[in-house]
Ligand binder design. Structure first.
Ligand code: FAD
Length: 266
């Protein structure tokens, strides 16, 4: 049995531009070549936004010369659809099932693949400690004992249930061993708590990610998902500063952080 207090977030996929094809397109259309027509230069995330947005008016090589000004104008005028062309893939581990239950409510522009509790055995029992009960918060030590006892008990019950079902569920009613194993685990997982650790692969576009970070990075969001939203923001604003640089991060007295954007829901 193990406890985790912080998630791990891996940025695993990001946009890539096929520059020779873009150059061919510009040549065919008789518009200025790269770099005159792409002010974002080698910032590929911003370049995807610029190339797609300029398609609307065929304004390659014209209009706003400064790419920051160009992107901020799209954000402030809520021209959000072009931000859907840029997608990132993230692997997130060390988060609780209650966090992912909240996460998967974000539908538009998100794709998810999550570790299955039917296919994967949970006997190892890894649990995520809510931030309020983290070992860094000495003043919640007593409350933490209550949680630890409950988690130990849940892990034991899971293992006992698996063993009992392995003995009692007749093999004859299943087509395969895999089906039987799934039936055992899907029943046994009913005793696992919200704190059970899970792993999830998320792909989302920038419009959707900005909305997620705004909602879940706010003061009223649960501390665990708020921490995750801010971790994701920290990765993305290094990766794509023009697309996420308007978010400010603030430290609160309770030891947590919040974030909010200059340009709300685009
Ligand atoms: C602090 C907090 C507390 C919450 N508490 C609860 C709770 O107690 N109970 C609960 O059930 N949920 C709760 N939620 C979840 C919340 O209601 C949303 O389901 C979740 O935040 C996803 O937001 P969304 O629908 O805007 O996102 P997405 O599903 O990603 O949608 C993004 C945007 O696309 C548009 N859109 C998406 N789907 C549709 C559609 N079908 N029709 C029209 N427009 C659409 C909307 O503009 C929407 O804002 C809470 C969320 C937060 C942040």
């Amino acid at each position: 049995m193990a406890f985790k207090e912080n998630p791990s977030v891996y940025l695993v996929t990001k946009p890539a531009i096929n520059w020779p094809q873009i150059a061919n397109f510009f040549e065919e259309e008789n518009v200025p070549p790269i770099p005159d027509s792409v002010r974002a230069g080698d910032d590929e995330s911003a370049a995807v936004i610029e190339i797609s947005a300029r398609m609307c008016y065929m304004s390659y090589g014209r209009g706003r010369r400064d790419i920051t000004d160009f992107i901020n104008n799209l954000l402030s005028s809520k021209d959000g659809s072009v931000f859907e062309h840029v997608n990132y893939g993230l692997i997130v581990t060390g988060v609780s099932r209650s966090l992912t239950h909240e996460l998967v409510r974000h539908r538009a522009g998100f794709a998810y693949s999550q570790r299955s509790q039917r296919y994967v055995d949970e006997t190892e029992g890894t649990f995520v400690i809510p931030p309020a009960l983290s070992s860094k918060r000495d003043f919640t030590k007593e409350a933490r004992k209550v949680l630890d006892d409950a988690l130990v008990h849940a892990a034991e019950s899971y293992t006992e249930l698996v063993t009992a079902l392995e003995k009692s569920l007749p093999k004859s009613i299943f087509d395969s061993n895999t089906d039987r194993r799934k039936a055992i685990r899907q029943a046994a997982r009913s005793v696992l708590p919200n704190a059970t650790e899970t792993k999830i692969f998320i792909t989302a576009n920038v419009r959707a990610l900005r909305h997620f970070i705004e909602l879940r990075g706010a003061n009223f969001a649960d501390w665990e998902i708020r921490f995750l939203a801010i971790e994701i923001l920290k990765l993305l604003r290094v990766e794509a500063p023009l697309l996420f640089g308007d978010f400010l991060i603030e430290d609160l007295e309770d030891g947590t952080q919040i974030t909010y954007p200059k340009y709300s829901k685009v």
